[in-house]
Design a binder for this molecule. Sequence first.
Ligand code: ADP
Ligand code: MG
Length: 257
Amino acid sequence: MGKIVAVANQKGGVGKTTTTVNLAACLADKDKAILVVDMDPQGNASSGFGINKDTLEKTSYELLLGDAELTECKINLPEFKLEIIPASMDLAGAEVELIGINRREFLLANHLKKVKEYYDFILIDCPPSLNMLTINAFCAADSVLVPIQCEFYALEGLSQLINTINLVKKRLNPAVEIEGILFTMYDNRTNLSNQVVEEVRGYMPSKTYNTIIPRNVRLGEAPSYGQPIIYYDDRSKGAESYRSLAAEFLEHNGRLS
Ligand code: ADP
Ligand code: MG
C-alpha cells in the first residue's frame, strides 16, 4: 500500500517544489513507484520536470472539479522513472469554484485512494497558502513533509502550520501525521542558519531530518533545464543532499534499500 505525502509550508520560496521534484526523482531512482501531484497553480513542479504547461489538456484542476479521471490527467515521464499529474493556472480559480460542493475537502483524497496501491509514494506539491487546495492535500495525505528555509522568519509560520495540520487531524483526516521537518537553503557561513536549525530541533527533536539541504547554485539552475538535480548535475552538493534525504526518508518508512 502506497503512502501519500504532502509537501507543505504556507510560506513561498522555502523549497517545497524543489524538495517535491528532487525527493521524487531520487526515490524513483531507487526503484520506488512514484506519482507526483502538482497542486500549485504556478505549476513549478510540472515545469521542474520539463513539462510545457501551455500544451496541457487535463490537469489537477480538471481532476479536482470532476471533469477528468486520474488516468486522463497523469503523464508518464520515463526519463525520470515517475508519473505526474501536472497543474495549470486554472487551478487558481478552483478555490472559488469549489464553494458549495459537498465534502469539497476530500475531492483529491477520493481520487488518490483509488490508485494508492499502485505506488510506493505519492508526493503532493502544495501552494504557498493554507487554502482549500492545501486542505485537500492534507485530507488525502498520510503525512506532511515541511521544508523550512534557514532564515530569520522561518519559525513564524511553523506553529500556524502545525495547528492547521492538527485541526485537519481532529476534524477531517485522523490519519495525518507530520512526516518530517526539512531544513533547506542552509548556509554554513551564517550563524543564523545554525540558530534556526538549533531552535527547530529543540522544539521538535524527533521530527527533524538529519539531512540538511544546503544552498546550492545547481539546485537553483536545474528547474530552468526542466530536470531534477540528479539528472542536471549528479555530482553537485544539491544532488548529494537530496539523495541523502531519500535514503533517510526510506529508512523512516521502513523500506531500506
Ligand atoms: P517553494 O515551492 O516553497 O515556493 P521553491 O522550491 O520553488 O520554493 O524554491 C524557491 C526558489 O529557490 C526557486 O527558485 C528554487 O530554484 C530555489 N531553491 C530552492 N532550494 C534551493 C537550494 N537549496 N539552493 C539554491 N536555490 C534553491
Ligand atoms: Mg512551489
